[in-house]
Design a protein around this ligand. Structure first.
Ligand code: PRT
Ligand code: ZN
Length: 226
């Protein structure tokens, strides 16, 4: 049982693509913070809403464990955790509350430019390099395709050139990285953007009221941005 807190705690990325826009969005909701010297924790000044600055991969777990109430993370990162839980037959107690309109990208299958792509059946028996084994496995299962997943934590797009895999399943935004590696995207598994993640468990009344306040302000800001 997590200790009772009367302040809301939001996990955001410390250094990365989503750090700046996530903070800017929360600032535009009227929040401001005093930073700790180690830049890991930001204490809310205008409202009892604190920030924890972490690796994006740690954000879903911080919410499911109750350490944080909310997080801002790519939908791809959340869906990977949901998919892994699902493959294990386990429920998952965090969910997307709002799409935030930045950090847009897609998770796509990309094949060597020399291939003639005819469809998903072409993946049968192939080795697919990815950092998203859960999303990929569920997608392959849905399509009834047997393939081998090669799990890599980075530099997925060079795997085919190294002979580690035949194709990749990776995030794409401009497509320049794929092109530089003589790969071409052929199918999307999902489209992603930054999302606000929250627990599916009920919050105590103090934090529930803070969450309501934050969502109201956020919806106002997102509406203007639209
Ligand atoms: O250190 P930490 O673990 O917190 O950060 P990270 O390195 O895991 O994440 P980061 O900051 O790179 O990305 C955070 C989130 O931004 C991702 O989870 C996505 O939701 C989102 N995002 C948006 C992207 C991209 N666009 C993107 N282009 N994440 C990664 N990329 C990669 C892509 O895979 C490719 O290799 O950037 C490269 C360049 O992309 P192109 O297509 O523009 O060439
Ligand atoms: Zn990460």
């Amino acid at each position: 049982q997590p200790p009772v807190r009367d302040r809301l705690r939001i996990a955001i990325q410390k250094n990365g693509r989503l750090s700046e826009p996530a903070r800017a969005l929360l600032s535009s909701c009227g929040l401001s913070w005093r930073e700790s010297p180690d830049r890991l924790f930001c204490y809310g000044e205008t409202a009892p809403v604190d920030l924890l600055l972490v690796r994006d991969d740690d954000i879903p777990g911080l919410i499911t464990s109750g350490v944080c109430d909310l997080g801002i993370v790519g939908r791809n990162v959340l869906l990977e955790e949901v998919s892994l839980a699902d493959l294990e037959g386990q429920p998952y107690n965090a969910k997307e509350l709002r799409a935030l309109g930045f950090g847009g990208c897609r998770l796509a299958i990309a094949v060597p430019q020399a291939w003639t792509w005819t469809g998903i059946e072409d993946l049968r028996g192939r080795r697919i390099a990815t950092s998203y084994p859960g999303i990929l496995q569920r997608w392959l299962d849905d399509a009834g395709i047997d393939a081998t997943t090669v799990q890599l934590s980075g530099s997925v797009e060079i795997a085919p050139r190294l002979g580690q895999a035949d194709v990749v399943c990776d995030l794409v935004s401009s497509g320049a990285t794929l092109a530089a590696n003589q790969l071409t995207p052929v199918m999307d598994l999902m489209t992603s953007e930054a999302v606000l993640v929250g627990t599916t468990q009920p919050l105590d009344p103090a934090r529930a009221a803070l969450l309501d306040m934050l969502l109201r302000r956020l919806d106002g800001v997102l509406k203007i941005r639209d």
